[in-house]
Design a protein around this ligand. Structure first.
Ligand code: SAM
Ligand code: SF4
Length: 346
């Protein structure tokens, strides 16, 4: 199959194919694809100030990204999330979105979405809507321009807010992701949540994860979301909300704001038993667990000229080896895995 052939994609999607069930009986239906390791920001918990980025030859072309993502779709993946690095800095990104959107039209895919820092969203909002993107995640940790600039090492908060305005105006739902940082935004979280809900956005709080070497000590910045939840419930009514996304977040509804609030707690609550996802890096490495070093090199498979059947076998073998779970320890001296979040894709 040629990567961009619509009719071939549709024929394949309706045929009977091996489906992705791991060794613990979990169906893998969600693929995150990091389309670049580069970014226009340098968030302190994510990247070091002077990152060395990958040589271009190591990074999958748009055609290769499409080929691999499409193979997963034909094997039962129903949701694709494009991430990075910053997906919107990848040259040709919108072409990739357009091409992948054929799987939405064929019915093979339920959702095509992305996670972005929002800085370049304003100019892409209409194109994203046109290609069938219905929801996106925007990362935003603070509403204070000065703190935003220092946390992102140079970012402009006004551009992110303009980006959120633009996608909402284009009819795309926005979910905000905020990393909870003890020294920086702990006191501001209620205001951030109120702001998100006031604009009709969900918001999810994330605990810092020990991924990759960064300059700061993450033990100092770690804020348990159990504590955040306890503080919030001292002045708000948090009602359990059994909204399921197949993801690691636990949700509540805040009675006073009427909005939904999620908590992603990889450290204080292990969420592995219901994990339905795997991650593909921009170099074609498949990681079947965010918190472990397991990796399968799918770039080598496709660059060796493998047939569709060979590629499917390689994917099935990798999924068969998906670990039962991870065991992050924030207090550990070294990161749980050496790769950065920007390499694996958040
Ligand atoms: N650049 C895009 C963005 O910032 O949304 C997409 C990639 S970024 C790696 C995805 C998510 O990972 C962001 O929400 C970011 O806040 C989060 N993240 C990065 N490093 C993290 C860490 N060490 N612990 C927890 N979350 C992290
Ligand atoms: Fe870039 Fe996203 Fe990492 Fe921030 S969190 S440095 S925006 S990849």
């Amino acid at each position: 199959m040629t990567p961009y052939d619509d009719s071939a994609a549709q024929a394949v999607s309706t045929a009977s194919r091996p489906v992705l069930i791991d060794g613990f009986g979990r169906a893998v239906t969600y693929l995150r694809v990091s389309v670049t390791d580069r970014c226009d920001l340098r968030c302190v918990y994510c990247m070091s100030e002077h990152m060395t980025f990958l040589p271009k030859a190591d990074v999958l072309s748009l055609e290769e990204l499409d080929h691999l993502a499409s193979a997963f779709v034909t094997m039962g993946v129903r949701k694709l999330r494009l991430t990075g690095g910053e997906p919107l800095v990848r040259k040709g990104f919108m072409t990739l979105v357009e091409r992948l959107s054929r799987h939405l039209r064929s019915g093979a895919l339920d959702e095509l979405t992305l996670t972005t820092n929002g800085a370049q969203l304003e100019r892409y909002a209409d194109d994203l809507a046109r290609h069938g993107v219905r929801r996106i995640n925007v990362s935003l940790d603070t509403l204070k321009p000065g703190l935003f600039r220092s946390l992102t090492r140079g970012g402009d908060l006004a551009r992110v807010i303009a980006g959120i305005d633009a996608v909402q105006a284009a009819g795309i739902a926005v979910k905000l992701n905020a990393v909870a940082l003890k020294a920086d935004n702990a006191a501001e979280l209620p205001e951030l949540i109120r702001w998100a809900h006031g604009r009709g956005c969900e918001i999810t709080l994330i605990e810092t994860m020990p991924l990759g070497e960064v300059e700061q000590d993450r033990t100092d910045q770690f804020l348990s979301l159990k504590d955040v939840r306890r503080d919030l419930s001292s002045f708000w009514t948090l009602e359990d909300d059994h909204h399921a996304t197949g993801g690691p977040a636990r949700y509540v509804r805040v009675a006073e704001t009427g909005g939904r609030l999620g908590f992603i707690t990889p450290l204080s609550h292990n969420f592995c038993e219901a994990c339905n996802r795997v991650r593909l890096t921009c170099t074609g490495t498949l990681h079947t667990c965010l918190g472990r070093e397991d990796a399968s090199d799918l770039r080598a498979v496709i660059r060796a000229g493998a047939s569709d059947a060979d590629l499917e076998r390689a994917i099935l073998a990798a999924i068969g080896g998906k670990p039962k779970g991870h065991d992050f320890q924030i207090a550990a001296a070294r990161p749980a895995v050496t790769r950065h979040m920007s390499t694996t894709g958040g």
